[in-house]
Design a protein around this ligand. Structure first.
Ligand code: CA
Length: 217
């Protein structure tokens, strides 16, 4: 799952990047509204954390333009404390949730999980496929109750496939959701990650749909 972080305050932005990475997400960050608008329109994200007070273009305008362009990713807005009218405006502009500053990182992560879950039609924090269980709270996976050791890339591939369980996911789509903007994206490496995952999972679990991609049953 790939998250866009839009926050102009450097310390908070870095905290968000670190915490989201530790929670198993891949992130891109923007420190102004113009870059945020561009990234949100051009790149594939599973959710965005959007501050409202931003240089160059304010967060509400960014959100309105994303929505006007048909970008329907879940958006969690960050607002200054007590600015209730900002929250109303944010929700009117198409935000899915909001969090007043200062906030606890745990709460932000919980709200983000809920947004991603709802967007994928999931009810629970645990993504299950037969003997495989991935807990989105701890960013850990278990097979038959035994902890599964996964690299961060393997985890992201598996988490994305589990979020899209039952659907065919192409290599291109997978690479858009497991790599950040500035990383060296190569959809051939997806095959490598899937091959490694297959060695750790029941062999037939990840189905290859010829010419189209992969699917978890
Ligand atoms: Ca700000």
């Amino acid at each position: 799952m790939r998250i866009l972080i839009v926050e102009d305050e450097p310390t908070l932005r870095q905290q968000l990047q670190r915490s989201l990475a530790a929670a198993g997400y891949v992130t891109d960050a923007a420190d102004n509204g113009r870059d945020a608008l561009h990234l949100g329109q051009e790149e594939a994200f599973d959710a965005a954390v959007l501050d409202l007070g931003l240089p160059l273009l304010d967060g509400l305008s960014v959100l309105r333009q994303w929505r006007a362009a048909g970008r329907n990713l879940p958006v969690l807005i960050l607002t200054a404390r007590g600015e209730w009218h900002e929250r109303v405006a944010g929700i009117d502009a198409g935000a899915d949730d909001y969090l007043p500053k200062p906030f606890h990182m745990e709460e932000l992560l919980a709200r983000l999980r809920a947004l991603i879950r709802r967007a994928g039609g999931q009810a629970a924090n645990e993504l299950v496929c037969g003997p495989l269980v991935l807990d989105t709270r701890s960013a850990r996976a278990h097979l038959d109750g035994q902890p599964l050791t996964l690299t961060s890339h393997e985890f992201r591939v598996l988490a994305y496939l589990l979020h899209r369980r039952g659907e065919v996911v192409s290599r291109a789509e997978l690479s858009e959701h497991i790599y950040s903007y500035d990383s060296d994206r190569d959809s051939n490496t997806i095959e490598v990650f899937v091959a490694r995952l297959r060695k750790k999972l029941p062999p037939e679990m990840i189905e290859t749909v010829r010419g189209l991609g992969y699917r978890l049953p």
